[in-house]
Design a protein. Structure first.
Length: 580
């Protein structure tokens, strides 16, 4: 039998929910007492109308009232207690899955899957909100509806039949609500997610949008997505509102009908006035959970959608198995028959690539745009897994290392460096909540960025934003280099490291690479500008994803590059002009 693609995700979610089973049972037990105490009102009305008014006994009225106050107080305490229990069940569920969902989102998005799973953490919150909402309490109360209906039957069968027919009609209304609003609510949720993703993209690129006069176009595109989101939301809200108001009006009509029928039976001497009032109260209590479910249906639908998205995500990205810790490796990097297919694409960007980088070597990776340099960088860091072949670090395949450990061993400077909200020290320390000050300064010194940082007004405590704030592109790139060197990596992968650097910055980069090599570490530099390969003794030339040449720098340049003499001269002087 074929297993559904998201079945493993559902099992993982159910396992997390089962961890709070004891809390659910406690909430159910408290719900039983709360619903039993709900009989206090009908019984009080029955006694007042049938005994107190008949006997005209003030003492009996006071005694009954004191008892009712006590019982309602207990009911309130129990209701409050079950609310606190469910709040903790929801918090436990979210805390149990927070890291798992976060890791799954990061791993999937790192592979280029920018879909609705980007908002999976909000889907998790939607499920958590349902667990703590009054809507779920209504589900706990529904099993006790037959108890209230049975009480109505005890007063008179006609009243019981009226309550059953009314309850059945409300249930039909609820199911109709489910079927009618499912698609509109799904479309509304998808539209909202799309608008939020677009809004975040525009916000993160605000500086570029402003500089290029794109504000009006960006607003028009955002407004289009926002309008679509609002339209779908309004459609879903209007449709859901029809059922909510209809359910409320119908329940009020049923209560009036119950009073009317009860009054008729009183006139026929088949019912007492107290039973008439008590029956109306009991029916209202029996139907209240159904009405609440209808009113909170969007919350149910949102949580249901979130549950499905989470199940699919967790199935697509299974938990990472615990890897046996390996000793700190030497800087020996072997690329063996590696083929890389970018995520979401069918054509390979690297094809059967072979080369070896020994400790202390600096390899420059050159080639035209689109030759596969950035794809190689991502594969060497473990961000992209090869479709074929192996990448080994000191003999061990990259997937044998825990991703966090691998990140400490292989420093990476991407082509586009982005900083995060926080201080420069926190960014260099890779967002550590408690940065190691000595390690931060050491990384900055190795990147030759220490003097630049301390020259800032607040030094390492300078606050930066996602777009770098007041820092220049060159300063951001040098901070990114320090971040790559943080934690004493054995291999350094630099993708266009001097694209934003001036001559002084390029010289600082070369000094940092030289220091790194003297420590017996390996460096790979994806380069377009000659200054970036000054410290390289080996060159790897790519063309259309294949290795065109690999060997000593002078030999490769002489054989493969027409203006090799000029490039060698520029590289020797540390000049940034020209391209490779």
């Amino acid at each position: 039998m074929k297993v559904p693609s998201n079945q493993f995700g559902f099992e993982e979610l159910r396992a997390a929910r089962r961890e709070s089973r004891a809390l659910f049972w406690a909430a159910g037990l408290f719900s039983a007492f709360v619903n039993l105490l709900m009989l206090t009102g009908p019984l009080y009305m029955l006694q007042v109308y049938d005994r107190v008014l008949g006997s005209r006994s003030v003492a009996t009225l006071l005694a009954l009232t004191a008892l009712v106050v006590f019982l309602y107080t207990m009911m309130g305490l129990l209701d409050y207690a079950r609310g606190r229990i469910m709040a903790r069940a929801g918090a436990r569920f979210q805390a149990r899955l927070d890291k798992r969902v976060f890791d799954a989102v990061m791993r999937k998005n790192a592979l280029g899957h920018q879909d609705e799973t980007a908002l999976a953490l909000r889907d998790l919150e939607a499920v958590q909100r349902l667990l703590t909402s009054p809507a779920l309490m209504a589900l706990f109360d529904m099993p006790f509806a037959p108890l209230f209906l049975f009480g109505i039957f005890l007063f008179h069968p006609w009243l019981g039949y009226l309550a059953i027919v009314g309850g059945a009609l409300l249930i039909v209304l609820t199911l109709t609500n489910l079927l009618a609003t499912r698609r509109p609510l799904n479309r509304a949720n998808s539209a909202v997610a799309h608008a939020e993703i677009l809004s975040e993209q525009i916000r993160s690129e605000a500086e570029m949008i402003e500089a290029m006069g794109m504000r009006a176009s960006a607003f028009a595109r955002w407004q289009k997505a926002r309008t679509a989101s609002l339209s779908e939301h309004m459609t879903a809200a209007d449709l859901s509102g029809v059922f909510t108001t209809s359910g409320k009006a119908f329940r009020l009509l049923l209560q009036s009908a119950m009073l009317g029928l009860g009054a008729y039976l009183v006139l026929q001497n088949q019912l007492t006035p107290g039973a008439m009032i008590a029956g109306s109260i009991l029916m209202g209590r029996a139907l209240a959970p159904i009405e609440m479910s209808i009113g909170h249906w969007p919350l149910f639908a949102r949580a249901r959608k979130g549950w499905q998205v989470l199940a699919q995500l967790l199935s697509d990205v299974p938990p990472e198995h615990t890897r046996m810790p390996l000793p700190r490796p030497n800087a020996l990097l072997e690329v063996i028959q590696v083929t890389v297919v970018p995520p979401g694409e069918a054509q390979a960007s690297l094809k059967v690539v072979n080369f070896t980088v020994k400790p202390g070597q600096a390899v420059g990776v050159i080639g035209k745009s689109g030759a596969g340099k950035s794809s190689l960088a991502r594969a060497l860091t473990g961000a992209w897994r090869p479709a074929g072949g192996k990448i080994r670090l000191d003999g061990a395949a990259l997937d044998q290392y825990d991703p966090t450990i691998l990140g400490d061993l292989i420093g990476y400077l991407p082509q586009r460096v982005e900083l995060f909200e926080g201080t420069i020290a926190e960014n260099i320390a890779r967002l550590s909540l408690a940065p190691d000050a000595a390690a931060v300064v050491k990384a900055a010194q190795r990147a030759d960025a220490h003097a630049m940082i301390v020259a800032l007004p607040d030094g390492y405590d300078t606050k930066v934003s996602a777009n770098g704030g007041r820092l220049s592109g060159g300063q951001i790139q040098r901070i990114g280099l320090a971040r790559a060197m943080y934690g004493d990596p054995v291999v350094l992968i630099l993708d266009e490291p001097n694209s934003n650097l001036d001559n002084d910055g390029s010289q600082a980069l070369n000094r940092a690479i030289s220091t790194f090599r003297k420590e017996g570490k390996s460096v790979l530099i994806m380069a377009h500008r000659p200054a970036a390969i000054e410290q390289c003794d080996i060159l790897l030339m790519l063309e259309e994803g294949r290795v065109l040449s690999f060997g000593p720098k002078e030999e490769v340049l002489r054989r493969m590059v027409q203006n090799h003499s000029e490039i060698t001269k520029q590289a020797g002087k540390g000049e940034g002009g020209g391209t490779l």
